[in-house]
Design a protein around this ligand. Structure first.
Ligand code: SF4
Length: 202
């Protein structure tokens, strides 16, 4: 069997969102179907992992919680093989996606973070129609230009769907203030902080 293209593979704590604080295997897959101007992820490089080495690394700790991220991991050609390998080891699998590509059923928890900038003339904050049902947690990054009206499309989201607003780091305090004002009137939404940046872990 050929090797797996992986940008980064590491154990850490999930730093944000519903599973914040949980020990997790992070699987960062290379490449993205967008090219957002603010992107700070170096997603184009990768190492080749053999299946045996990948499985050995994934099972070296007792946690069976994995986070698949990218780039845009759902668009990656090796995704289904990686999901099968993790499922065979009993992992609960979460993913972080821009929402533009339908998410496979194998993934247990889907965090969708739609982007204001999209490629190929899709509308801002485009989400593939299938992903409105598949998403477990919506996460929007709020900066000074964020238009809160886009959130109205989630007002009838199922009760068990998590709704998160994450302040853009550059102007943290103002963005937090904007979020807090919004949450006063829309209490289903929560402030979500990137705690891993505060405690300086990957
Ligand atoms: S979707 Fe995410 S990973 Fe892809 S370019 Fe935009 S910010 Fe970067």
């Amino acid at each position: 069997m050929s090797s797996l293209q992986i940008n980064d593979l590491f154990w850490t704590l999930q730093g944000e969102g519903h599973f914040s604080g949980r020990r997790a295997l992070f699987v960062r897959l290379p490449f993205c179907n967008y090219d957002c101007p603010w992107c700070d992820t170096e997603y184009n490089s990768y190492n080749e992992w053999t299946v045996d080495d990948f499985t050995a690394f994934a099972t070296q700790e007792p946690s069976r919680f994995a986070v698949i991220t990218g780039g845009e991991p759902i668009a990656h050609k090796h995704l289904s093989r990686i999901l099968d390998l993790l499922k065979a080891q009993g992992f609960f699998i979460a993913c972080e996606t821009n929402g533009s590509v339908p998410v496979p059923e194998t993934i247990d928890f889907v965090t969708t973070s739609p982007k204001a900038y999209t490629k190929n003339k899709k509308e801002p904050y485009f989400v593939a129609p299938e992903n409105f049902q598949r998403t477990s947690e919506w996460k929007y990054v709020v900066d000074s230009s964020f238009d809160f009206s886009i959130l109205e499309r989630h007002q009838n989201a199922p009760e068990n769907t998590f709704l998160s607003l994450s302040p853009e780091y550059g102007d943290m305090q103002n963005n937090v203030n904007e979020i807090m004002e919004y949450i006063k009137k829309n209490p289903r939404w929560r402030l979500s902080l990137q705690t891993h940046k505060w405690i300086n872990i990957p």
